[in-house]
Design a protein around this ligand. Structure first.
Ligand SMILES: [Zn+2]
Length: 267
């Protein structure tokens, strides 16, 4: 049964409300203070029932999944894999979205967490061993010092929680967009772009206050794309939030630039 994977990993999990360990009762995870969560038959646990809906939606995640499956991020995934220890025991993908990256960067045990229920339902579709959770990064449902690798890819961070759950020799791999990331879509947006340029330095400086940055790996390349893929890129990027995607001419895009930086950090 798809809920069993959560009970098998019960010592890795902890109550996101009070931080206590879980035990199993009938088909539920229950902590000593009576907080109860039921793994869904669809293969995920909803740890944040009061979360407000996120601005992400199913269309966006499905567009993103098509783009990832078409290989546009393969070089990025390979770079992340190279930075990971071989077969880590526990990987936590903090802000995992629809889980496409997570599935390709698994450890022996892998937890994926995202506040979007749409994204997690999409991730859990098709089964598999990954422990998918709907939850808040500020209250990770994971035990102290239990994680070898935290992935934090194109997602906000919560360093107090990351530091709590990382093992003493654990690694945080954080992926942030670079200056030229999707520059073709920026050009297409023209005046409608809310922020003209983007810099990583605030993110890097915030991270360096909490963890030691061991390395920064830039990854930059351009790939050709067709009109349908151009429409998917326009749909999936936060750059176009607040703009009607249909007002942008996808046929004007013949290539797309991926420019990201992988930050490798340790305690
Ligand atoms: Zn509790």
């Amino acid at each position: 049964m798809s809920a069993d994977k959560f009970f098998n990993a019960i010592t890795l999990l902890r109550c996101p409300v009070c931080g206590a360990a879980f035990s199993k009762t009938c088909a539920s995870l229950i902590c000593i203070n009576g907080h109860t969560f039921d793994p869904s038959r669809k293969g995920y646990v909803h740890f944040a029932p009061n979360a407000s809906p996120s601005q992400y939606d199913r269309d966006l995640f499905e567009a993103r999944r098509r783009i990832l499956e078409a290989g546009f991020y393969d070089a990025v995934i390979n770079a992340i894999r190279t930075a990971m220890p071989k077969k880590p025991d526990v990987v936590l993908d903090a802000g995992c979205g629809d889980g496409t990256f997570t599935k390709r960067l698994q450890g022996k045990t892998t937890v994926g967490i995202d506040l979007s229920k749409d994204a997690i339902q999409l991730a859990a579709r098709g089964g598999g061993p990954i422990l998918w959770t709907v939850g808040d990064l500020t209250k990770l449902p994971v035990a102290d010092a239990s994680v070898n690798v935290i992935l934090n890819l194109f997602s906000p961070a919560h360093y107090a929680e990351f530091t709590r759950v990382l093992k003493p020799d654990g690694t945080l791999l954080k992926l942030v967009p670079g200056k030229r990331y999707l520059e073709e879509i920026r050009a297409l947006m023209g005046d409608r772009l809310r922020k003209e340029t983007y810099s990583n330095e605030a993110v890097v400086s915030h991270l360096s206050e909490r963890l030691r940055i061991a390395d920064r790996v830039p990854i930059t390349y351009s790939l050709p794309l067709n009109a349908e893929q151009a429409r998917d890129f326009i749909r999936m990027t936060p750059l176009t939030f607040g703009t009607c995607p249909e007002t942008l001419d996808a046929t004007a895009l013949s290539k797309i630039t991926i420019d990201v930086e992988l930050l490798i950090a340790q305690k």
